[in-house]
Design a protein around this ligand. Structure first.
Ligand code: SAM
Ligand code: SF4
Length: 354
C-alpha cells in the first residue's frame, strides 16, 4: 500500500492517499482512496421546477430531461436499498423541486421503510404546506426550505415565481407536522440580498429556525456566476457577531457542510456553507443520484456512473453495489473551484440535485 500526502485547502485534516495503486475494496463501507466514508445520499427526483431562481436557472428556455430518462420510484428505491446495505445512513430528497414530482409521498414512504437514520427533503416550499403532515406520516423527518429574502418584492425578484407568504406558511406547516428543526437555506448575492444578513439572523432568533447562509456557487445554468457576487461565510459570521456574539457548535471532523454557530445567549442557531471560500471536501461524505440515474461523487465533478444503464440492462444488486463503490473510489480530493484550471461542471445545480 502506498501512502502520500495530498495538499488541498479544505476543512478537516489533510487527506492521505490510502491506496494509490487503486485497489478498491469489495466489502465494508463505501470508502474512497482518501479514507472518506460515504454514508449520505442525495436523491434527485426531478430536474424540473416551479420557480426560476436567478442563481439557478434562466427565466426562459431551460430544457428538461425527457420523462423516459427519469428513474422510476422502483429504480430509485432499489438504488437506495443497495446504498443502505453499503452503510449509507441518511438520505435527502431534492431536485429540481422534489414536490413537483407526482406521488412523492409514496416515494418518501418506501425510502423511509428501508430504515435510514434520517430522511430529509430540500424544497422551495411552494407546494409543501398542504402535504407536510402526509409527508411526516410517511416517514419524512426534516425539511430544508429555501428562502432568499424576507421582503416580498425582493423574494419575487430573486425567485422570479412564487410568493414569500406561501413559503413562510410552509415553514409553519412543517413545524406543525413535526418536521423540525426547519432549516432555511439562503443564497446570498452581493448587492441583492446581503443587506438582509441581520434580518435573517433576527429571524433565526425569533422563530427557532436554523438559517443557513449558502455561498453562491458556479452551478447556475446560465453560466453567469462570478466571484464578485459571492458573499463569504466568514463575512456573514463577522457581520452577525457585531450585533450578536456567536459560539461555534461544530465538532472536529463533522461531515456536515455547514459551519454551525449558536447565538451566545442561547437563543437560536445559524450556519454558513462556505463551499467556495472554505471547502469542506476533506470531510465530505456525500454521494448523489441524479434524476436520470447518474451517480456523482461531487457536485463539481463531471465524472458520472450510470446506474440507470445497469438497472435497465438487467443488472442485479451486486452490479449496482459495484457501481456505487467505483463512483466513490474515483472521488478526487477536492472540488478545485479555486484552482487555475477549474472548469464548471456541464450540469447545473438543478440538474444534479442540490
Ligand atoms: N428546489 C429546491 C430548493 O430550491 O430548495 C431543492 C433543489 S435546490 C437546487 C437546492 C439548494 O440549492 C437550494 O437551497 C438553492 O437555493 C441552492 N442553490 C441553487 N443554485 C445555487 C447556486 N448557484 N449556488 C448556491 N446554491 C444554489
Ligand atoms: Fe428551482 Fe430550487 Fe433551482 Fe430555485 S434553487 S430554480 S427552487 S431548483
Amino acid at each position: 500500500m502506498t501512502t502520500a500526502r495530498v495538499a488541498i485547502v479544505s476543512r478537516g485534516a489533510p487527506l492521505t492517499v490510502r491506496d494509490a495503486a487503486g485497489e478498491m475494496p469489495t466489502d465494508g463501507p463505501l470508502v474512497d482512496r482518501y479514507g472518506r466514508v460515504h454514508d449520505d445520499l442525495r436523491l434527485s427526483v426531478t430536474d424540473r421546477c416551479n420557480l426560476r431562481c436567478i442563481y439557478c436557472m434562466p427565466n426562459e428556455g431551460m430544457t428538461f430531461l425527457p420523462r423516459a430518462q427519469i428513474l422510476s420510484f422502483e429504480e430509485i428505491v432499489r438504488v437506495a436499498a443497495v446504498a443502505r446495505d453499503l452503510g449509507v445512513r441518511s438520505v435527502r430528497l431534492t431536485g429540481g423541486e422534489p414536490l413537483v414530482r407526482r406521488g412523492l409521498r409514496d416515494l418518501v414512504e418506501r425510502i423511509a421503510e428501508l430504515g435510514f437514520d434520517d430522511v430529509a427533503l430540500t424544497t422551495n416550499g411552494i407546494l409543501l404546506a398542504p402535504i407536510a403532515k402526509d409527508l411526516a406520516a410517511a416517514g419524512l423527518r426534516r425539511v430544508n426550505v429555501s428562502c432568499d429574502s424576507l421582503r416580498p418584492e425582493r423574494f419575487e425578484a430573486i425567485r422570479r415565481r412564487g410568493e414569500l407568504e406561501v413559503v413562510l406558511s410552509a415553514m409553519a406547516a412543517a413545524e406543525a407536522a413535526g418536521l423540525t428543526p426547519v432549516k432555511v437555506n439562503v443564497v446570498l448575492l452581493r448587492g441583492r440580498n446581503d443587506d438582509e444578513i441581520l434580518d435573517f439572523a433576527a429571524f433565526a432568533r425569533d422563530t427557532g429556525r436554523v438559517v443557513r447562509f449558502i455561498e453562491y456557487m458556479p452551478l447556475d445554468a446560465q453560466g453567469e456566476w462570478d466571484r464578485d457576487q459571492l458573499v463569504s461565510g466568514r463575512e456573514v459570521v463577522e457581520r452577525i457577531e457585531q450585533v450578536w456574539p456567536l459560539v461555534p457548535v461544530q465538532q472536529p471532523g463533522d461531515p456536515a457542510p455547514a459551519d454551525r454557530y449558536r447565538f451566545a445567549d442561547e437563543i437560536g442557531e445559524i450556519g454558513v456553507i462556505s463551499t467556495v471560500t472554505e471547502p469542506f471536501c476533506g470531510t465530505c461524505n456525500r454521494l448523489r443520484l441524479t434524476s436520470d440515474g447518474a451517480i456523482r461523487n461531487c457536485l463539481f465533478s463531471d465524472a458520472e456512473h450510470s446506474v440507470r444503464e445497469v438497472l435497465r440492462s438487467g443488472g442485479d444488486d451486486e452490479d449496482v453495489a459495484m457501481l456505487l463503490r467505483r463512483a466513490v473510489w474515483g472521488k478526487l480530493p477536492g472540488h478545485g473551484i479555486n484552482e487555475p484550471g477549474f472548469l464548471r461542471p456541464r450540469r447545473s445545480m438543478s440538474m444534479i440535485g442540490g
